[in-house]
Design a binder for this molecule. Sequence first.
Ligand code: PLP
Length: 430
Amino acid sequence: MSVESTHQETIVLHAGHRKDETTNAVAVPIYQTTSYQFDNTEHAGNLFALKEFGNIYTRIMNPTCDVLEQRLTALEGGAAALAVSSGQAASMIAVQNIAQAGDNIVSSTDLYGGTWNLFANSLKTMGIEVRFVDPEDPEVFRGATDDKTRAYYAETLPNPKLQVFPIKEVADIGRELGVPLIMDHTAAHGLCRPFDHGAAIIASSCTKYIGGHGNSIGGIIIDGGNFDWEAHKERFPMLNEPDPSYHGAVWTEAVKPLGPVAYIIKARVTLLRDCGQAMSPFNAFLILQGLETLPLRMERHCGNAEKIATFLDGHAKVTRVIYPSLMEGEHRRRADAYLEGGYGGLVGFELEGGTESGRKFIDSLKLFYHLANIGDARSLAIHPASTTHSQLTEEEQFATGVSPGYVRLSIGLEHIDDIMSDLSQALDDA
Ligand code: PLP
């Protein structure tokens, strides 16, 4: 980082790039190239053998993506990161990097529908079992762990349940048993830092708040550099035993001179090399533009969302509002303990008239967009049961917090009066 700071407002503008060394350009250049000229055959050989670090081919690394990786690493207080093509790719690689056929992971039930599908169906076809547990009681993670458990997985501010995950409680259990906690931090970047609470890996979508403008799909995996893979050699053979796909490299030993980055380097040079879910440099550029204003936007997203949650809570047609600051007991305690920067930009609610009223409400919105995304600068609305979570069974939908009448709002940056007035007129119609 050229400018040292611990403040997120400064990090998102300065980490990883001061100016382009060739042209002095201040905006991060888009390195729209597939490949990089080798100096000579020795240089080429050294790069491939990881004896020297440098650019080889954009499927594996790219200088524009590198700035995004450095900036998000600095923001989250991690050791290194890997930008990938989507949030889904981030979840997939984060798990596959340490789990193979015959292994299992233990995951919170409070998940985005796409991740639920990936875990319940696609990972199963690869022989990786996902054991779903309700994080209401953190101890269920311990109960579901055996010697084939390779990771715990959860969302910080689960979309759409919005009950904050007990990060420290579960990370502590994992550290006792030698199991790393992977956090999908998509909805809470800028509000909380999972590594400060013991999480080992972050796997997030950049498509949402990080990019913030609804123009690019992307994902990021950040290695906290705080998990001792070597202390649990039997649990992590993929990091501690010779890797036949890289002339027998033992990752925990091979990259030791670079710091505690065995997990993330292995992901880059084996899984990204083989499966190819690379982020395009153009998307990295657009996501970087969004990232520069993340702290400022999160402040406004949270401020607007809290006002909307309070407004809905007092509305005659609304039977239930789901928002962290309106929760009670342990859920409220967790929200206060982890969401230091605000309670988030997502608000859920249920209408007196159930599903039919929910549909009418969404069809009556004029300012809000009706679409399948969150974290855009604009306000968005959706009915998860018939869209994002429609491929789940009814039982699975309930487990992820989706009831038939649930409407999810992603509150944008418009003037609060305009957001409120659109909701009011749509509620009149519902
Ligand atoms: N994680 C969460 C919490 C999400 O909400 C989403 C998408 O909605 C994803 C992951 C997947 O991200 P992407 O759409 O970038 O693949």
